[in-house]
Design a protein. Structure first.
Length: 429
């Protein structure tokens, strides 16, 4: 075969592989890895099922290639942006990298959700390789941030950098799509605001009630309540822990029973099946979040007082998810495995809760369009949720106060309101 012909064949093979991974990425993001078959991917790509095996050994290999190519592109974008402004100040370089990454994630919104949700389905060797690739970018960003902001401790720089990256990943969590340039600018602006956030000093955090790990309840295992009130509650708590560690499809009813010290068949006295356990866990998250807004009256019309309401919502949300990290992790990673009716119910509960945020943020930022308000809220949830799911961040001292500051920065709501929600100026201590 001539060199030219061989090159053409290679190019066609590369193009076919990319077409397959693009189709798989869209399906995995929409339906979840376990709910997509090789035949689904083949149909979406317009090829026969057996033809896939000319390019990939199976579905895990497709997922690995999808993530590997994503990291290749992310690394190239970040490296180019930092190199282009090599002589510039660290803050300028960092913000240029954020803008470039924001443009990339807006064009590839599925990548964030795939990494968060489907990583556990990779083969061991691929998982190890890609975990190292995932850490490479944040390490560079943290180093650049510490050069730009030498006053930050190592822990603070790590949390701030990861929070900014979570803002970028938050594009995966919604389908709000203003004009692409507008979404790129907004996403970059939120991430830059988080990079610039003034974190509270430890003494200020203690005074504000943020506390450390013990005060925030972070020393408990994911999804584990201090004293479950019943066998059913114990089963839910242990199931959440197992779902987080092994994934919904990697856990059986027997596993859940064994974690509680009972035989698998006994679990069926409390739940009809594994989907029923998942439904209960997701409902529990919705109930707990709705409890945090019980008793709140109408959102104040004045922006300053509305901003105080936003700060209260942030504080209560952080406290709720820090206290039980497994529930939010289970919702994010596994809710798509619920039957359609239960998934719709879960969305209604979370939607009811989110409307409290939408009303408060809209009143605090009256000049902002509705789409921006909602995008900022999604980014804020991403900052908090990703941080509490990451042990090195969740176990930092004063993490609650730090996350509140980062969340308010993503929302662009003033952290130092001159009035409380009732309209009173705070009394100096």
């Amino acid at each position: 075969m001539s060199t030219g012909r061989q090159s053409a064949v290679t190019a066609r093979g590369t193009a076919r592989r990319r077409k397959l991974t693009d189709a798989a990425g869209a399906l995995f993001a929409r339906d979840g890895y376990h709910n997509v078959t090789v035949w689904d991917i083949a149909t979406a790509a317009g090829v026969s099922g057996p033809a896939i095996y000319r390019h990939f050994a199976g579905k895990p290999a497709i997922l690995a290639e999808l993530m590997r190519s994503g990291f290749d592109e992310v690394d190239a974008v970040r490296t180019a942006a930092l190199a282009e402004l090599a002589p510039a100040a660290p803050a300028e370089r960092l913000e240029a990298a954020v803008r470039a990454l924001a443009a990339w994630v807006v064009r590839h919104p599925e990548f964030g959700v795939l990494w968060r949700r489907e990583f556990r389905h990779l083969a061991a060797a691929d998982a190890a390789e890609l975990a190292e690739r995932m850490s490479r970018g944040p390490v560079e960003m943290i180093a650049e941030l510490r050069r730009a902001r030498p006053e930050l401790s190592a822990d603070d720089a790590r949390l701030v950098a990861w929070a900014a990256l979570s803002v970028l990943g938050g594009v995966s969590d919604h389908r709000i799509r203003p004009a692409r340039p507008d979404l790129e600018r907004l996403t970059a602006a939120m991430a830059v605001d988080v990079l610039r956030v003034a974190l509270p000093a430890p003494r200020e955090a203690k005074a504000a009630g943020a506390g450390g790990r013990a005060e925030a309840g972070e020393e408990a295992e994911a999804g584990e309540e201090a004293a479950p009130s019943s066998r059913r509650e114990t089963l839910i708590a242990q199931a959440v822990r197992l779902f987080w560690e092994f994934g919904y499809h990697g856990v059986t009813m027997e596993d859940i029973g064994a974690a509680c010290g009972i035989a698998g068949p006994s679990v069926y006295k409390h739940f009809d099946g594994k989907a029923d356990v998942l439904r209960a866990a997701v409902r529990r998250l919705g109930e707990r979040l709705l409890t945090t807004v019980d008793g709140l009256g109408p959102v104040p019309a004045e922006p300053e007082r509305a901003a105080a309401r936003v700060a209260l919502l942030v504080e209560r949300y952080v406290a709720a998810v820090v206290a039980d990290r497994g529930l939010v992790a289970t919702f994010q990673a596994e809710a798509h495995n619920l039957p359609d009716r239960d998934r719709a119910e879960a969305r209604r509960m979370i939607g009811t809760y989110a409307r409290h945020w939408e009303q408060a943020v809209a009143a605090a930022l009256p000049d902002r369009p509705e789409a921006e308000v909602r995008i900022r809220i999604y980014a804020t949830f991403a900052v908090i949720n990703d941080s509490v799911r990451t042990r090195s961040l969740a176990e930092q001292a004063d993490v609650g106060a730090k996350l509140r500051a980062a969340a308010l920065a993503a929302l662009d709501v003033n952290q130092n309101q001159p009035h409380d929600e009732a309209g009173h100026r705070p009394t100096a201590s």
